[in-house]
Design a protein around this ligand. Structure first.
Ligand SMILES: O=C(O)c1cc(=O)[nH]c(=O)n1[C@@H]1O[C@H](COP(=O)(O)O)[C@@H](O)[C@H]1O
Length: 232
């Protein structure tokens, strides 16, 4: 029984029925689950609590980005739902991340992990240049991860392409959580900075976030089992 599965399945569905039909096939020893903006907006905290009650570790991916006071209170509220992990955007700044971390520490669930999104995996160099000039994705990821580390966060969301760089720079327990994971031959969709599951783990990633390659595969359970085998 694996107490700490490495795959986080992103539940990006617009009906509760589709999500629960998938979840019914899954076991908390095989994967964790991610609830993001779409499902949280549609179905709220009760949906999250239902998944927690089934024994899954839940990554509540709401990517908070606001003034420090607002983000701190939102992170406290998220932690007190009993989720395993919460995230903010590192570009919200050092003070925002420090206050968020402190709010979780002062909450009823201080063990909740807090990580920061660096550069979205859907952005390539060209798209990044439209918002932050004269910097490569790797440089920007490193800069924001350094800030998150300084703020005392548990880790970052980055692409697996930056994982080796960050793994060499930070302590082994600094979590690298990587979306943009695509098994060989699968559709990239809107993801730009991608890597296969096995390569990502070899690069020092802590957890793989996978949505469509599993949920839209037609046989999600088998796909998940194959990924778990590939990274074992
Ligand atoms: O924070 C995230 O989870 C996240 C950050 C990021 O940079 N890129 C990214 O794709 N995500 C999320 O990870 C999931 C990836 O899903 P797929 O592209 O379907 O595998 C989605 O739910 C995204 O919202």
């Amino acid at each position: 029984m694996n107490q700490d599965p490495k795959v986080i399945v992103a539940l990006d569905f617009d009906t509760k029925e589709e999500a629960t039909a998938l979840v019914a096939q899954l076991d908390p020893s095989e994967c964790k689950l991610k609830v993001g903006k779409e499902m949280f907006t549609l179905f709220g905290p009760d949906f999250v609590k239902l998944l927690i009650a089934k024994g899954f570790d839940i990554f509540l991916d709401l990517k908070f980005h606001d003034i420090p006071n607002t983000v701190a209170k939102a992170c406290k509220a998220a932690a007190e739902l009993g989720v395993w992990m919460v995230n903010v955007h590192a570009s919200g700044g050092l003070e925002m991340m420090q206050k968020a971390k402190q709010a979780i520490a002062d909450s009823t669930h201080p063990e909740t992990k807090l990580i920061a999104v660096t550069v979205l995996t859907s952005m390539d160099a060209e798209q990044l240049a439209q918002v932050v000039p004269a910097v490569t994705p790797a440089e920007q990821v490193t800069k924001l991860a350094t800030l998150a580390n300084q703020a005392g966060l548990d880790g970052v969301v980055c692409s697996a392409q930056e994982a080796k760089l960050l793994r060499d720079k930070f302590a082994p327990d600094f979590l690298l959580v990587t979306p943009g994971i695509r098994p060989a031959g699968s559709d990239k969709g809107d993801q730009k900075r991608v890597m296969t599951p096995a390569m990502a783990m070899k690069s020092g990633v802590s957890y793989l976030v996978m949505g469509r390659p599993i949920t839209q595969s037609g046989h999600p359970l088998e796909t998940l089992k194959q990924v778990n085998k590939d990274i074992a």
